[in-house]
Design a protein around this ligand. Structure first.
Ligand SMILES: *Cc1c(COP(=O)(O)O)cnc(C)c1O
Length: 363
C-alpha cells in the first residue's frame, strides 16, 4: 500500500482510521447499497439508514457485551457536551456529584459540571503533574454519581480497573480515548460516553451508553437535544443524526469484530504500547515517559527529550520520515505518540526504529 503514501499517523484526535474502513467507505461513497446515492444523501428515516444505525448498535453491543438493560445513543456535540448533559440529566437539583481528576479532560469535566450545581472532588492528582491513578478516594456516599476518565488523552494515564463507588452510587466514565480499545465490564457502569474521533471513527458523533434506570432521573422540560430520555427513546432519531459519522463508526465496529473482538484488539494494543515504552525505558533517560509505569496508557504515550530544542528537531525529522502527529499537547510539552487501535504494528516499529536512531545521533 506504499503507493498510497499513507502517513504513519500518531495524531491524538481526530486520529488514524483503519485503511480497510476508509477503502470500504470510498468504494460505496457514490452508490450506497444500490441506492444510486451516497449514505450522506439518503433520508435518516430510510430503510437503508435504519440498517446502518441498527447494525452499528448491534455490532457495538456484541463488541462490548452491552447488557439488554442499556440504551446506546449516537449524539452530537462531542464529549464536551456530555460534560454538561450528564449533570443536567443525572444530578438532581440540590445534589452533588463526585469527580476523580486525573488530567486535563477530567478537570474540564469538573469545570462544566460546576456551572450547573455541586461537585465534590474525590481525588485530584494535579500536584503530581497528573502522572498517576489516585490510590485513595474521598467518596461521598450520597453522590448523584461518581465520574472518572478512563484514559487521559493529554497526560497518558489510564485506568485498567474501574474505581469502586459506594453502594448505590452510579459509576460514570468518559472513555473517549480508550473506547473499544479493550474489553470492559459494562455492567459496572451506569453511563459511558465517548467522542468517536479518538479511537472509533470520525468526529461528529458521540456514543453514550446508559443503563435504563438512569432515564428515570431525567428532569422534565430539559431542552429536547439535551434530554437523554427523549434521545434514547427515539433511537437517536429525534432529529437528523450525524448519519455519515454513524456509518463510519459502524464500519470501525465491524473492523474491530474482524480483528477477533476486543480481547484481540487489546492484545495488539499491548504489543504496540510495550514497544514504545521499552524504547523509552531502554534509552537510559534520554526519553522520559510522563506517566508512572503502573498508570501508563496503551493509547497515548507522552514523553520528553533532554531539551525543547531536541524535541523540535525530533518532531521535524520524524515528519520527514512520514511519522506524523508526534508533538505533545501544549500544556504538557514534549512528544506524544497516540497508538490507537488503527495504528498498525509496522507504523509502531517505524517509530521505535526512529527513536533509537535519533538517540544514537543526538544522545
Ligand atoms: C478529546 C476528548 C474530549 C473532548 O472531546 P470532543 O469530542 O472534542 O468534545 C473529552 N474527553 C477526552 C478523554 C478526550 O480525549
Amino acid at each position: 500500500m506504499s503507493d498510497l503514501k499513507r502517513a504513519h499517523n500518531f495524531n491524538p484526535g481526530p486520529g488514524v482510521l483503519p485503511l480497510e474502513v476508509l477503502q470500504e467507505a470510498q468504494s460505496e461513497l457514490l452508490n450506497f447499497k444500490g441506492t444510486g446515492m451516497s449514505v450522506m444523501e439518503i433520508s435518516h428515516r430510510s430503510k437503508e439508514f435504519e440498517g446502518v444505525i441498527q447494525t452499528a448498535e448491534a455490532d457495538l453491543r456484541e463488541l462490548l457485551g452491552i447488557p439488554a438493560n442499556y440504551k446506546v445513543m449516537f449524539l452530537q456535540g462531542g464529549a464536551t457536551l456530555q460534560f454538561a448533559m450528564l449533570p443536567m440529566n443525572l444530578r438532581p437539583a440540590g445534589a452533588s456529584a463526585d469527580y476523580i481528576v486525573t488530567g486535563s479532560w477530567s478537570k474540564t469535566a469538573v469545570k462544566e459540571a460546576k456551572k450547573l450545581g455541586a461537585v465534590h472532588i474525590a481525588a485530584n492528582t494535579e500536584a503530581d503533574g497528573f502522572n498517576c491513578i489516585p490510590a485513595n478516594l474521598d467518596l461521598d456516599p450520597k453522590a448523584a454519581y461518581l465520574h472518572f476518565t478512563s484514559n487521559e488523552t493529554i497526560h497518558g494515564v489510564e485506568y485498567f480497573t474501574e474505581p469502586t463507588p459506594p453502594a448505590g452510587v452510579p459509576l460514570v466514565c468518559d472513555t473517549s480515548s480508550d473506547f473499544i480499545s479493550r474489553p470492559i465490564d459494562v455492567s459496572k457502569y451506569a453511563l459511558l460516553y465517548a467522542g468517536a474521533q479518538k479511537n472509533a471513527g470520525p468526529s461528529g458523533v458521540t456514543i453514550v451508553i446508559i443503563r435504563d434506570d438512569m432515564l428515570a432521573r431525567v428532569p422534565e422540560n430539559l431542552p429536547v437535544m439535551l434530554d437523554y430520555k427523549t434521545l434514547a427513546e427515539s433511537g437517536s432519531l429525534h432529529n437528523t443524526p450525524p448519519s455519515f459519522a454513524i456509518y463510519m463508526v459502524g464500519l470501525v465496529f465491524k473492523w474491530a469484530k474482524k480483528q477477533g473482538g476486543l480481547a484481540a484488539v487489546e492484545k495488539n494494543n499491548r504489543v504496540k504500547a510495550d514497544l514504545v515504552y521499552k524504547a523509552i525505558d531502554e534509552s537510559g533517560g534520554f526519553y522520559r515517559g510522563h506517566a508512572k509505569p503502573e498508570a501508563r496508557s496503551l493509547m497515548n504515550i507522552p514523553f520528553r527529550l533532554p531539551s525543547e530544542e531536541l524535541e523540535d528537531t525530533f518532531a521535524k525529522e520524524a515528519k520527514k520520515e512520514n511519522l506524523i502527529g508526534l508533538k505533545g499537547h501544549r500544556s504538557v510539552g514534549g512528544m506524544r505518540a497516540s497508538v490507537y487501535n488503527a495504528m498498525d504494528l509496522a507504523g509502531t516499529q517505524e517509530l521505535v526504529r526512529f527513536m533509537r536512531d535519533f538517540q544514537k545521533k543526538n544522545g
